[in-house]
Design a protein around this ligand. Structure first.
Ligand SMILES: Cc1cc2nc3c(=O)[nH]c(=O)nc-3n(C[C@H](O)[C@H](O)[C@H](O)COP(=O)(O)OP(=O)(O)OC[C@H]3O[C@@H](n4cnc5c(N)ncnc54)[C@H](O)[C@@H]3O)c2cc1C
Ligand SMILES: *[C@@H]1O[C@H](CO)[C@@H](O)[C@H](O)[C@H]1NC(C)=O
Ligand SMILES: *[C@@H]1O[C@H](CO)[C@@H](O)[C@H](O)[C@H]1NC(C)=O
Length: 432
């Protein structure tokens, strides 16, 4: 009996996590990534709530802990650099969450840890500079149906299951849903941009955020620091800007740098130092920019036959900051549903993956999309005027004084959702 043959499109967080789980049940996995090499860029991501239990199940807690960024907490400052409020880091992964979680890790380190899990496994192939051009599927009712995939380099191959783990702009999703499906990406108004600069001794090791007054759009500038040599600059733009829209669409690094630098130059605090570096220093070539957006797919459309979406491709919510946590969990739930059916019958007709993909969405969707829609209009509420920012700083000061973040949590309580247990996956682990 040939093993279940799976194509995973996208080597970010969700893709390698799924490769790990499915490799344990003996599936034959091809993990493809569009970039020339592992895309280990990005700034800090945090693993919270069920993500912590998830990490333990995957056996990567020690590796993550060893790579963790030790950020003492987050502060809000004024234009003179004076701290008005300080929120210390959360010391436990569960319970009420502050801005800085117990497990803050650079996205690249997390991606590397996840890749390592399947490196050298005979049943997992990692292919770079590879993407899909198109695919078609046999009918869902065909018990042994396949997905017929054409790759960009002209190769063709059949798979039992194709998984789109290719992020918010997923091409797999576009192919799966067809050209007439409505666009599921909902812009929430606003962008984030991150880049690195050389540190100066005065740069704080706290996450530091400074709201900037200005006539047009609400802007925040911030810094975080995960290593001695570099400071990471965070730009948060809460509102529309045609120049940044155009630069983002062009995907051109020079245009993006210019649009962001024009937006923040002269903004106050250390903006000018940061923007000079953005324009001229090579450290800033890691500029990453993303709109605040949500991927909202109609119920029942996370999969279609033997194609299924995980991670940001299925349920991206930029503003929530939980993308990595949900990416890890979604991969586990899909693998768990497949393992449960697979364990019962190793000669499983591939129609079973159709069912597993549906059950995965039914179980996981309520958790992954619980806060969708909640950020609608948040960009309009953020102050732009000096007086508005003064009030904001005052409220932040009160919140920090009364430890509001610890009492109520800054990230809501979607933690009530119980992480499903999959004995079939756990058993596969012990046989390993
Ligand atoms: C470069 C980068 C930097 C990021 N930085 C941050 C950050 O600093 N903070 C934060 O909170 N979140 C960041 N994110 C988002 C965060 O990684 C995700 O929200 C979360 O990890 C969910 O991961 P995912 O695997 O679903 O998607 P992603 O992590 O976005 O990974 C998708 C992967 O698919 C690849 N891909 C895309 N299209 C194709 C295609 N057609 N064929 C093959 N491969 C394809 C991409 O190159 C990427 O490696 C970043 C994402 C990226 C890609
Ligand atoms: C797994 O798939 C690859 C590529 O599709 C193929 O070359 C290999 O023979 C397969 N391995 C098994 C054990 O079926
Ligand atoms: C990437 O793949 C394309 C074909 O899809 C090929 O033309 C190109 O040479 C490859 N690039 C590298 C660096 O291997």
């Amino acid at each position: 009996m040939a093993p279940l043959k799976v194509l995973i499109v996208g080597g970010g967080v969700a893709g390698p996590a799924l490769a790990f789980w499915l490799s344990r049940i003996g599936a034959n996995i091809t993990l493809i990534e569009r970039s020339q090499q592992m895309r280990a860029s990005g700034q800090q991501v945090d693993i919270r709530a069920q993500g912590v239990a998830m990490m333990k199940k995957m056996g990567i807690e020690a590796a993550v802990r060893a790579a963790c960024v030790h950020e003492p907490g987050a502060q809000i400052i004024d234009l003179k650099g004076r701290a008005h409020a300080f929120f210390p880091a959360t010391q436990t992964g569960t319970g009420k969450q502050s801005f800085t979680s117990e497990y803050e890790i650079m996205r690249g380190d997390l991606v590397r840890i996840l890749y390592k899990l399947t490196e050298g496994r005979p049943n997992v192939q990692h292919l770079f500079n590879t993407t899909v051009d198109s695919f078609t599927q046999d009918d869902e009712s065909d018990p042994n149906g396949k997905v017929h995939v054409s790759f960009r380099d002209g190769r063709k191959e059949d798979f039992d299951l194709v998984v789109g783990a290719d992020g918010a702009g997923s091409k797999t999703r576009r192919i799966m849903l067809g050209p007439d499906a409505p666009e599921p990406r909902h812009p929430l108004g606003g962008y984030i941009g991150y880049f690195s600069i050389r540190s100066t001794p005065a740069d704080s090791d706290r996450a530091t955020f400074c709201p900037l007054p200005g006539p047009r759009v609400a802007r925040i500038i911030g810094t975080r620091k995960d290593c001695p040599e570099l400071t990471r600059v965070y730009m948060i733009l809460l509102g529309k800007d045609p120049a940044i829209d155009a630069a983002y669409k062009s995907g051109d690094l020079a245009e993006l740098k210019k649009a962001w630098a024009d937006m923040y130059q002269g903004g106050g605090w250390e903006c000018d130092r940061f923007m000079d570096a953005l324009r001229h220093a090579s450290e800033a070539d890691d500029l990453y920019c993303s709109p605040f957006e949500e991927v909202r797919l109609p119920e029942g459309s996370w999969s279609k036959g033997r194609a299924v979406l995980i991670g940001d491709a299925a349920h991206c919510q930029t503003a929530g900051g939980l993308g990595s946590t949900w990416g890890l969990i979604g991969a586990y739930v899909l693998a768990g549903e497949i393992a449960t059916l697979y364990e019962k019958d190793k000669s499983l007709p591939t129609a079973a993956v159709v069912q597993a993909a549906r059950t995965y969405e039914e179980k996981f969707r309520p958790a992954a999309t619980a806060t969708h829609g909640g950020s609608e209009g948040f960009s309009h509420l953020f102050p732009r005027s000096s007086i508005g920012i003064w009030i904001l700083l005052l409220l932040a000061r009160l919140a920090a004084y009364f430890r509001i973040d610890q009492k109520f949590g800054m990230f809501g309580d979607t933690w009530e959702w119980p992480l499903p247990e999959y004995p079939a996956l756990e058993r596969a682990q012990t046989e390993d």
